[in-house]
Design a protein around this ligand. Sequence first.
Ligand code: NAG
Length: 280
Amino acid sequence: SALFSYDLLSRRTVNRLDAVVISVNYRLAPKYHFPNQFEDVYNALKWFLCHDVLDKYGVDPERIGISGDSAGGNLATAVTQQLIDDPDVKIKLKTQSLIYPALQTLDMDLPSYWENSHFPFLPRSLMVRFWSEYFTTDKSLTKAMLFNQHVPVESSHLLKFVNWSSLLPEKYKKGHFYNSPTYGSSELAKKYPGFLDVRAAPLLADDNKLRSLPLTHIITCQYDVLRDDGIMYVTRLQNAGVHVTHNHVEDGFHGALSDYALKIAYRIENQYMSWLSENL
Ligand SMILES: *[C@@H]1O[C@H](CO)[C@@H](O)[C@H](O)[C@H]1NC(C)=O
């Protein structure tokens, strides 16, 4: 959620890493829908990645990283993928840092969704609402997503990219039984194709795309419906041969980085900044 709530972290990053930080104030749901958010962030990134602008800010074009948490992690992941094959942008990213990112819309029954279904800050019902409001105010999408019945049969080939049974390490699968999502109406997917779009659900990118991604740092938290999104992306990137560092915070919860009243915020911030100071 954009600029102002991240002012403190941006300033702390500037001071600790002696970096130039650009924070994008993108248009928010539910007032605006996908792909506005994606386009705002992508346009800002393209504006920044040109020699005139970088010179002006004294930025080394070989040392540019992108980062984001939660919805911002979704956008950071999506624009980083998009940039790979963009012929208009010659300057590429060196790193991506993704903190408990939201990466997929297809399966709302991942083990992490059920284990943290009633976790106060981000219960499953709220996350499903956020996802559906990213695409539309039509409640029929929310309802279909709550029942995990929104993917049409024509899109069944995408399910392998979000298959937790094959993409999660054993310890996160314990006690869960894999059911693939129940197929839903094609009408919903025709009206709101965004939820099947790789720019909204970057876990749907194929291996060819993933192979070219920059150095990656992913932080996931145990008490988080989005835990398995991040962990599945770790697996997919590793399988594609991308250099990825994964920090899983066993006592972490969604949003922990933003709560500076708690020690855990500093622990996560330190992981985030230490990795950047070593890799950027
Ligand atoms: C998911 O993975 C499991 C185990 O690897 C496999 O048996 C199943 O067919 C897969 N389902 C889909 C929809 O990809």
